[in-house]
Design a protein around this ligand. Structure first.
Ligand code: SAH
Length: 389
């Protein structure tokens, strides 16, 4: 059953359905003052966009140095939706942060699966769209984060790809998605799941390995500042070969998921245009390098598209690749998107495909389609909001 929340008015990120308070500097501007002359807080913008070692610039030069540690704690270890709840900070600092705590506003918030799934469409000051989905399970709470606003790689079946690239997200904008989810969960704990984000998957909008420097920084912050374990982070890529190799060479034991979707170059180049640049053999070699360096099994993602990639020949070729890589395969039924007439494979075809892989000695999971009733597939909330590009 659908459990769609009423669409909130674009508002402040605290999810309270009230209009965003006017910028207090507006009156000054009306009176002919310039923005520069307004009594501006020490540093403009969200503190998530500031290097944690430089939070002194946010709290102000007159403040004792422990203030920046306190703020750091609130931002990363113990996030709250509203700056007013940062109880050990002085009132004027909380006031100065109140309208710029988050680097985005909540444009939409929906929940599904009887409250076990929440999805947010965030909007940054420059109108870039960011989506995140939190999914509660019995032993873990997984957050799917975006690494770019939009995506340049144009996979035919992906809603984000259909609407093109907006911009890279900054590391702070990636990490703030995790902090926001934790702040939300603090006020609205999931009933049968951990009340903090335990796992992060880079499977929201964008290609994380096409935004490598910020991805790297974001992973560093999740581990160093938020205290997450690298083993609970999964980077998903459509096959950016140099990025896979760089990730393999970086020190953290993160997980890698490769979105394969086709097991021969002809079909894969049709579905995933990047395959023309990095063909299957190179993607496989890079995944193999990752496995050797990290000793962590790669997973292969396969979106099941009716009559396109759900045949026995594809299953057999995929099984051969998965065996060579000792990889796990995740099958997921296509979530239909507005600009494509592709349909999901039938449940029967998915069962047959999974059985063929198992017969071929491959470990397979058929992923549940969490949140389909709230368009939780890649880029779909943004598309529905009518501001797709
Ligand atoms: N660019 C990265 C991460 C974002 S997409 C990547 O491609 O891996 C995350 C996953 O969602 C990928 O496996 C992608 O293939 C899958 N996906 C995209 N659109 C989908 C759709 N319409 N239905 C089902 N899965 C989809």
């Amino acid at each position: 059953m659908q459990n769609r929340l009423p669409t909130p008015i674009p508002t402040n990120p605290g999810l309270t359905l009230k209009k965003k308070p006017a910028d207090p500097r507006r009156d000054l501007l009306k009176a002919g003052e310039s923005l520069q002359r307004a009594p501006a807080p020490v540093s403009e913008g969200s503190p998530y966009l500031v290097d944690p070692d430089r939070l002194g610039e946010v709290v102000g030069a007159d403040e004792p140095s422990f203030r920046s540690d306190q703020l750091r704690e609130w931002l990363y270890r113990n996030p709250v939706l509203e700056a007013r709840d940062m109880t050990n900070l002085p009132g004027d600092l909380r006031g100065a942060l109140s309208h710029r705590l988050w680097p985005f506003e909540v444009e939409e918030h929906q929940s599904a699966d009887r409250g076990a799934t929440h999805k947010w469409l965030f909007r940054t000051g420059d109108q870039a769209a960011i989506e995140s989905v939190v999914m509660g399970y019995r032993t873990r709470t997984t957050l799917c984060v975006s690494s770019q606003a939009g995506c340049a790689l144009a996979c035919t079946f992906c809603a984000t790809g259909q609407f093109g690239f907006e911009r890279h997200l900054q590391a702070g904008e990636i990490v703030a998605q995790v902090a926001y989810a934790n702040a939300f969960l603090r006020d609205h704990p999931l009933r049968n799941s951990p009340t903090r984000v335990t796992n992060v998957v880079f499977m929201g909008m964008g290609e994380p390995l096409a935004n490598y420097p910020r991805l790297r920084q974001a992973i560093g912050l999740m581990i160093g500042e938020m205290g997450m374990s690298a083993r609970s982070l999964t980077v998903s890529t459509v096959g950016v070969v140099p990025g896979i190799r760089r990730l393999a060479d970086d020190p953290w034991p993160v997980n890698l998921a490769v979105s394969l979707h086709a097991a021969d170059d002809e079909l894969r180049s049709r579905l995933v245009p990047l395959n023309r640049r990095y063909p299957l053999s190179e993607v496989e070699a890079a995944a193999s390098y990752f496995f050797e360096k990290k000793g962590r099994r790669v997973s292969l993602e396969w979106t099941m598209i009716r009559g396109v990639n759900d045949h026995r020949t594809q299953a057999d070729r995929l099984a051969a690749i998965a065996r060579r890589l000792r990889a796990h395969v995740n099958l997921i039924a296509l979530n239909p998107t507005p600009l494509s007439s592709d349909m999901p494979s039938t449940p029967q075809a998915i069962r047959r495909f999974a059985a063929a892989l198992r017969e071929g000695g491959v470990n397979v999971t058929v992923r549940d389609t969490r949140g389909t009733e709230i368009d939780a597939a890649c880029g779909q909330l943004r598309v529905r909001s009518g501001r797709g590009s």
